[in-house]
Unconditional design. Structure first.
Length: 318
């Protein structure tokens, strides 16, 4: 039985090319192999030096790269059903990556993700990296917050360490693998990357979903401030979230959720006590209108907040 052939690995270098043609050759090779549309700039007078060991199989696309100092910006060709993420394990040197309003320093040992279908930039000194190009749709189906996690260094232990180890082993074995094995690795890597990204999602949010929930909660509270029965359970039921999730969403705020609700009520009362058109309303009527069911409790809370009584506040305004 004939053993399966090893991967067909392509070696590429710009070093033998004329200085003025090197950047164009590298850009062309990245476009041809990985559909990466790049605009590369070097630091004059030094021309680009690029060495690449690349494999483009049926399911696994990867490249080991060594590059001289340069900067790269994307030339997006638009999102397609076949688009792939750049996932890079940084081996040597320092890089600065930016996408989606985020900019981060990348050091040896860091992994980062870039979506080539959206604008990005990378600036480096002398660097070496191991990169894989994974189907965007496969990763996004596992990590819906993907757009908020690009250009962020993936560090630490646990699932991040597992992904780094898998990347390192793939590149260490590149000359001994064969195509069927490469296909299996290509299918497994999106799930391993998702496992590494999920802790990052919790640590670097608020995500768009988190922000959406908070806006919904704030709108619901504003619409129901006058309801004396408005509490965490009523808010949770109104926005269809659990009370525990509700508190988690506001855990990083200066004021806990319900303290913020009472602050909003006091602010509405303070405004109406100062309004000339509402001078005929009693203090009790205004307090009841904004959810207070006990005038004495309202007066104590008001004085604690504004350092004066509701009556003195109204008199001062008039």
């Amino acid at each position: 039985m004939v053993p399966p052939a090893a991967l067909s690995v392509r070696r590429f270098s710009t070093d033998a090319a004329p200085a003025g043609e090197r950047t164009g050759l590298f850009q062309h090779e990245m476009q041809r192999l990985f559909a990466m549309s790049l605009a590369v700039r070097t630091q004059p007078p030094r021309p680009l030096s690029a060495q690449m060991l690349a494999y483009r199989g049926r399911r696994l696309h990867l490249a080991a790269l060594k590059l001289s100092p340069h900067s790269t910006v994307s030339v997006p060709a638009g999102v397609s059903t076949h688009s792939r993420l750049l996932v890079s394990l940084h081996k040597e040197g320092i890089a600065v990556v930016a996408q989606g309003g985020r900019e981060n320093r990348i050091e040896p040992g860091d992994v980062f993700v870039i979506d080539p279908a959206r604008p990005f930039s990378i600036e480096t000194g002398e660097v070496a990296s191991h990169s894989v190009y994974l189907p965007t749709s496969a990763v996004r189906s596992l990590v819906p917050q993907l757009d908020d996690l690009t250009a962020i260094p993936i560090r630490g232990d646990g699932s991040a360490a597992v992904f780094r180890a898998a990347m390192a082993q793939v590149f260490a074995s590149i000359t001994t693998l064969h195509d069927d094995v490469a296909d299996c690795i290509g299918e497994a890597l999106p799930a391993l990357l998702a496992a590494a990204l999920l802790p990052l999602a919790s640590a670097h949010m608020p995500s768009r979903l988190r922000q959406l929930h908070r806006r919904r909660i704030a709108n619901f509270v504003q619409d129901h401030l006058g309801d004396p029965k408005l509490d965490a359970n009523a808010i949770a039921q109104g926005v269809r979230l659990s009370a525990r999730h509700l508190y988690d969403l506001f855990a990083d705020e200066d004021e806990p959720l319900m303290k913020w609700v009472w602050s909003e009520r006091l602010e509405r009362c303070a405004r109406e006590l100062q309004a000339p058109a509402l001078q005929s309303r009693t203090i009790g009527e205004i307090a009841y209108r904004w959810g207070f069911s006990d005038v004495s409790h309202f007066s104590r809370a008001f004085k604690q907040r504004y350092e004066t009584t509701p009556r003195e506040w109204r008199k001062r305004a008039s």
